[in-house]
Design a protein around this ligand. Structure first.
Ligand code: AMP
Length: 289
């Protein structure tokens, strides 16, 4: 972690340009999840360590806007005791700060475009440095890398253990983004969409009940400025052009875990834990709690 913060901070990273296990799990297909792809974990002191590296896990979450990267990365972060670092959150914090970058960022973000590598790496390295100072180790990255160049920069400074690629049909993604709401006070995410997506061509349908806020949040809900239909479609197009190639990048390295979400959190969370071989871990933690 210190390595990334240090190297990302050094300006040379921007000038140079370029600086296992193979996994497939399809919860939606009903074909069953394979256990042979399980990451090698040792659980100690409430923190999941990668046995082969003798350090805390360093994972990346990939997936289209609205797929639920934040939801599942945040749950895993609490379970494993490693920080969940979402570059989209860092960008939104910078926007809210009315600092020197905020005007420039709001134009880019509100059109659904990606901000420059230089800006995003600066925000990420500041976040990593702050975590380092607090003694954080390991991470679950969400929203970074977003391009092959960012992945190469990351590979140049640290070793990623596992890349979880969450998947949902595009129609569901648009509905989920349009239904997303955030409590302006506590920052929690909710969703008012009631999704009933019909399957076809051998693919199962997907139902997701709304994730409604408690009454004290109801009057404080806001919608992200980039969750309008036009901007969501632009973000999906940009994801397909610039971020989807990352799937092949990590597949070739034998680090990709593909996960088709079978539905909302109640159906997906246990299946994801199973795919990560963490189902036992959660039971043991719940028993101790
Ligand atoms: P997200 O919350 O991940 O959808 O991110 C919100 C917005 O922040 C994106 O649409 C981008 O404008 C910007 N952003 C977040 N992460 C990155 C990244 N790794 N590279 C470039 N832009 C990013």
């Amino acid at each position: 972690m210190a390595g990334i913060a240090r190297v990302a901070r050094s300006s040379s990273i921007f000038g140079v340009g370029r600086c296992s296990y193979s996994t497939t799990a399809s919860a939606a297909s009903g074909t069953g999840l394979r256990a042979d792809h399980a990451p090698p974990f040792l659980h100690s002191g409430g923190v999941a360590r990668d046995v082969s590296k003798d350090r805390n896990v360093q994972w990346v979450f990939l997936g289209c806007p609205g797929v639920g990267k934040g939801t599942y990365a945040s749950r895993l972060s609490s379970l494993l005791g490693v920080p969940h670092i979402a570059t989209g959150d860092l960008v939104r914090e910078e926007l809210a700060s009315s600092g020197p970058l905020s005007q420039q960022l709001s134009e880019i973000v509100n059109q659904g475009k990606l901000v420059s590598d230089e800006i995003i790496i600066n925000l990420l390295s500041k976040r990593l440095e702050a975590g380092d100072a607090r003694g954080e180790t390991g991470f679950i990255l969400d929203g970074f890398p977003r391009t092959i160049k960012q992945a190469e920069i990351l590979d140049g400074v640290t070793d990623i253990d596992l890349v979880v690629n969450l998947k949902l049909p595009e129609g569901v993604l648009v509905e989920k983004c349009l239904g997303r709401r955030i409590c302006s006070q506590c920052g929690k995410n909710f969703n008012i969409a009631n999704i009933d997506f019909k399957g076809g061509d051998g693919k199962p349908g997907i139902s997701m009940a709304p994730l409604l806020p408690p009454s004290h949040c109801t009057s404080k809900l806001i919608t992200r400025a980039d969750d309008t239909e036009e901007v969501v479609k632009a973000r999906l197009r940009i994801y397909n052009e610039q971020s989807q190639p990352l799937e092949e990048y990590y597949r070739t390295k034998g680090k990709l875990l593909e996960f088709d979400l079978p539905g909302g959190i109640p159906e997906s969370w246990p299946r994801l834990l199973e795919a990560l071989s963490l189902d036992d871990y959660e039971e043991k933690r719940s028993a101790v709690a």
